[in-house]
Design a protein around this ligand. Structure first.
Ligand SMILES: [Zn+2]
Ligand SMILES: [Zn+2]
Length: 261
């Protein structure tokens, strides 16, 4: 039974050649979904051999460009390549107000059904289900309304415990999310900065690697995947040392790499 995420972008707001804007391709026993869709995601999907039409769901964390600006282009390419299957897109309120005029004014009449679910408020809720997985959303703390997602597999055998993957990007340090991510198999946390930029992290409502590790430890996560690294860090040694001092099972996301859940 496969359950893994492949990183399309592990960079923060400004993409670099090594790290693109946020996006992940998640495979749950053959069901394919995207977490975030920053600028350039469709090229990254091609670069890492992820079939564009294979995705049935896109979950957008928030409406900052580095998580969203690839979505209109990807949806348009799906249309141009002959897609007829519907696609579900989940994200904060405002998603429709952004996407619909883009297609209207570019005279793009999609061949397929675009089903948009907008999130509002602070409840933990289920936002999607099909036979292989359920997806839940919960609020994060950032400068615009932002949601984390938990993807829970539906095991084939009733005896096996479902594996869970939590994605939290972008967010300030916030212990109120702990009940939603408790005991997850893999916790993906943004870690934009190292400790020396704690003041900037606080101001911009981002986490440091050490804060991400503290949340992983308090949530009793099995493993921690750090992502959303500021373009100022060419090497991640300092961030990883600071994280692993608190939570040894911390690893750094790299574009194109695949991580099992
Ligand atoms: Zn971001
Ligand atoms: Zn953001």
């Amino acid at each position: 039974m496969n359950f893994f995420t492949t990183i399309m972008g592990s960079g923060a707001a400004i993409p670099t050649l090594a790290r693109h804007c946020s996006a992940q391709s998640v495979n749950i026993n053959g069901f394919r979904m995207l977490l975030d869709c920053g600028e350039g995601t469709q090229n990254q999907l091609r670069a890492y051999h992820q079939k564009l039409q294979s995705f049935s769901l896109v979950c957008i964390s928030h409406l900052h460009g580095d998580h969203l600006f690839g979505l209109p282009g990807l949806l348009s390419t799906m249309h141009l390549c002959g897609r007829t299957e519907p696609i579900d897109v989940v994200g904060p309120k405002g998603l429709k107000a952004i996407l619909e005029p883009i297609f209207l004014f570019s005279n793009t009449i999609l061949n397929y059904e675009l089903r948009i679910t907008e999130l509002e408020g602070n409840d933990y809720r289920q936002v999607f289900e099909e036979r292989r997985c359920k997806v839940f959303a919960f609020p994060l703390r950032h400068s615009v309304p932002t949601y984390g997602y938990v993807i829970e597999e539906i095991p084939r055998s009733a005896n096996s415990a479902p594996r869970r993957y939590a994605y939290c990007c972008d967010t300030a340090y916030d212990e109120t999310i702990l009940p939603y991510i408790q005991n997850v198999n893999l916790l993906c946390m943004e870690s934009t900065f190292a400790n020396d930029f704690q003041a900037v992290a606080d101001e911009k409502l981002h986490c440091t690697a050490a804060q991400a590790a503290t949340l992983a430890q308090k949530a009793n996560a099995k493993q921690l995947l750090l992502t959303h690294f500021s373009a100022r860090y060419k090497e991640l040694d300092t961030l990883m040392a600071e994280a692993q001092a608190i939570f040894p099972a911390a690893i750094a996301a790299h574009d194109g790499e695949r991580y099992g859940i």
